[in-house]
Design a protein around this ligand. Structure first.
Ligand SMILES: NC(=O)C1=CN([C@@H]2O[C@H](COP(=O)(O)OP(=O)(O)OC[C@H]3O[C@@H](n4cnc5c(N)ncnc54)[C@H](O)[C@@H]3O)[C@@H](O)[C@H]2O)C=CC1
Ligand SMILES: O=C(O)[C@@H]1CCC=N1
Length: 274
């Protein structure tokens, strides 16, 4: 099968916009991308921006595609799947991909029939700028071709990692899926701290985001442990040591552990609820 299968996104929200934006930039042909959403505004924007085909009818886009990406909120998934099952006759001939947090593959067999082939992907919004981090786990029916195809599609918008269990995908989701929000929260707090000391807000934002980018690039280009990279900035008796000490006293490790655990727990709850 071609590198570019026809792919339909059900739901045109933040995550679909990020993935499709990144896919189009990476050269995925727009005439192979279909998107549905109940309201027309996001669809109009996406078709104007990328030239993709859109519809307010889920079944219409799903029927045209070889791959269906379920990209609605977990609480809507059961109803959306029930309608697709009723209206699209050959779901078993398509690859079903879901990006929803929590919901287990087993549930999709109940919703769509146990003859479907499935991959669960946990992406994140930096896919929009080609710097996504996506986790993937396939069921036993997905073929090698399916797995190669979906890995390549998501590699087009960033890095990918296969995980072997859905429990691991919950962890990946809690770190990488949710992670941009944690980094934005932290970046905004640094910006605020500079502004409170009298620094210009726009300039504070620029220095925070450039520093975040620089730190991430250094980490990516280095074999050193992250703690060693931190040490390299921390001159003995210098200013960084004073700042780092404040974070350590506030137990930054404990805070991250609690945050990731809380997100994993919510993924597990959603697995039960939806
Ligand atoms: N936003 C993120 O950073 C990430 C989100 N996810 C997952 O992606 C999925 C979507 O999340 P977001 O894009 O953030 O949500 P969103 O709320 O931005 O988008 C959901 C879209 O689905 C549409 N929708 C509602 N009912 C529908 C229906 N019956 N049929 C078709 N579309 C319908 C909504 O109008 C909306 O445009 C969720 O399941 C979430 O767990 C996964 C990883 C990261
Ligand atoms: O908040 C959520 O549930 C989704 C999953 C990861 C990021 N957003």
């Amino acid at each position: 099968m071609s590198d570019y299968r026809k792919i339909a996104f059900i739901g045109a929200g933040n995550m679909t916009q990020s993935i499709v934006g990144g896919m189009c930039q990476s050269g995925y042909p727009a005439d192979h991308i279909f998107i549905s959403n109940p309201s027309p505004e996001k669809l109009e924007k996406m078709s104007a921006k990328h030239g993709v085909t859109t519809s307010q009818n889920n079944a219409e886009v799903a029927a045209q595609a070889d791959v269906i990406v379920l990209a609605v909120k977990p609480q809507l998934m059961q109803d959306v799947c029930a309608a697709l099952r009723k209206e699209v006759s050959d779901l078993a001939s398509k690859l079903i991909v879901t990006i929803a947090a929590g919901i287990r593959i087993e549930k999709y067999y109940q919703y769509l029939g146990d003859d479907i082939r499935m991959v669960r992907v946990m992406p994140n919004t930096p896919s929009l700028v080609g710097e996504g981090m996506s986790g993937l786990v396939a069921d036993s029916k997905a073929t090698d071709d399916d797995k190669a195809y979906i890995e390549k599609a998501f590699k087009g918008v960033g890095a990918t990692q296969w995980v072997s269990t859905e429990d691991e995908l919950d962890i990946l989701g809690a770190v990488a899926g949710s992670g941009p929000a944690y980094f934005f929260e932290f970046m905004a707090s640094l910006q605020k701290a500079a502004v409170e000391l009298g620094y210009d807000s726009d300039k504070a934002r620029q220095m925070v985001q450039q520093t975040a980018l620089g730190a991430a690039k250094m980490a990516m280009n280095s074999d050193l442990e992250l703690s060693e990279l931190r040490s390299q900035v921390t001159s003995k008796g210098g200013s960084t040591a004073k700042g780092v000490e404040v974070y350590q006293q506030a137990d930054v490790d404990g805070i991250s552990a609690k945050a990731v655990k809380a997100a994993v727990t919510r993924n597990q709850e959603m697995a039960k609820l939806f």
